[in-house]
Design a protein around this ligand. Sequence first.
Ligand code: G6P
Ligand code: ZN
Length: 539
Amino acid sequence: MTTVATTPFQDQKPGTSGLRKKVPHFQQRHYVENFVQSIFDSLDGFAGRDLVIGGDGRFFNRDTIQTAMKMAAANGFGRVIVGRGGILSTPAASNLIRVREAFGGIILSASHNPGGPDGDFGIKYNAANGGPAPEKITDAIYAKTRSIASFEIVEAPDVDLDKLGTVKLGDMTVEVVDPVAEYQALMERLFDFPAIRAMFAGGFRMRFDAMSAVTGPYAHAILEGALGAAPGTVINGTPLPDFGGHHPDPNLVHAKGIYDLAMGPDAPDLCAASDGDGDRNLIIGRGLFVTPSDSLAALSANAHLAPGYKAGLKGIARSMPTSAAADRVAEAKGLKSYETPTGWKFFGNLLDAGLATICGEESAGTGSDHVREKDGLWAVLLWLNILAVRQESVLAIMRDHWRTYGRNYYARHDYEEVASEGANALMAGLRGQLASLPGRSFGALTVQAADDFSYHDPVDGSDSAHQGIRVMFADGSRIVYRLSGTGTAGATLRVYIERFEGEVLDLETGDALRDLIALSRELAEIERHTGRTEPSVVT
Ligand code: G6P
Ligand code: ZN
């Protein structure tokens, strides 16, 4: 065991989801060590306790795991539980922390960002509840990174991550576990596997794109293994360090192949995908992309059809930019609904306090109180369970949903990698307009209210301000602006556009939102501030 002198880096501030940088940045001498030691230095009482470690298999995953394990040993953890091959999807890691009653976990991932030697990498700490560390801890980690002078590490050969079982690393035990087993057991408790298996046996066809990322082994084992889906149901099912050179982001741009399949003549009954670390989901029925906001609403409305949720929901939570479709379900069912800032961590308190059962975000994240992360495969399995019980198509279920609750037409426009100064000026410009916007009319649209969203956490009483500009119109339409908290280059402006319709349910989204889209550009002077006339991605 040695203590190694080091000097601080000034840029190790954890973002929406841990510390994310390009791989070469992480490869700087002591960059990983400084951050990991700062995590440990921000925690109390872990001596002899268990730490879960795993990642999405991207380039630099294995190296970082070896470093983190040796540092955990030197810092006094009793045991590290690590997924075979260094693999653990983010929700599976969350589950493992919970079922093993670990002190916490370290997850290596940059989610849906590209990987490889020049791609992105990330490190985040999750607490004992299985969820991302609260701001109190991430702030402490950041403070430590700015004054760190040394770190502790055990000098030992690397552990063989591909061999199941336990070995010693210094005084600590390393346990290499099957990354799928505990997760699969949890899914079998939540969902009606026999009903889904019968649906597949009856000819139900599905395609799941694991995007050469972490969900491959999970999807192979659960969909094709336990549920009997036809071989070939899972595509790109082997995790690759560079994700095959693709963005493992299950949106309509990066998962275009599966989208085209779903819209084509030979579309399976369900197309789905998950992202780099397995917490996001994409759901496309035959001929219909289900927006994440609609998916949250439909899953909330039908969750009672799955055994794990048959007692009903305690409440429904969504992030602010997510459409209000789920609120309508909550209202109709007499459930409490919650609107939180962007970032899964804000759901943790609501879930821990038993205030909400299902949560979701427009950014393709849906999940429940079964873990403390969003969960891509969970969303797919809940859809499968609902389809197996209702024996209807995704399209039929969504049409029925809109007839019952109305439809929130919704799109997100991303202006990626714009210059930070322009993006900041744009947001400042909007803030400057907040007071004068209410009452103003633009064509048929009249602004009812405008604000910079802030959130008061009902559980711990904390406040989070400046979480995005909301422009709300008298007819229930809404435009939201915020800057991405997850990018690694320049700034990304996200514009969320929503319109509620009670009657006309079959419009094309682009047609339904045309006026709002034009107004979204005009109000924020997007072209003037960013030089862009069109978004780079529309989801
Ligand atoms: C991560 C978080 C999500 C969040 C998303 C927002 O994926 O886990 O909870 O919704 O980032 O990303 P953005 O780029 O919009 O800040
Ligand atoms: Zn992710």
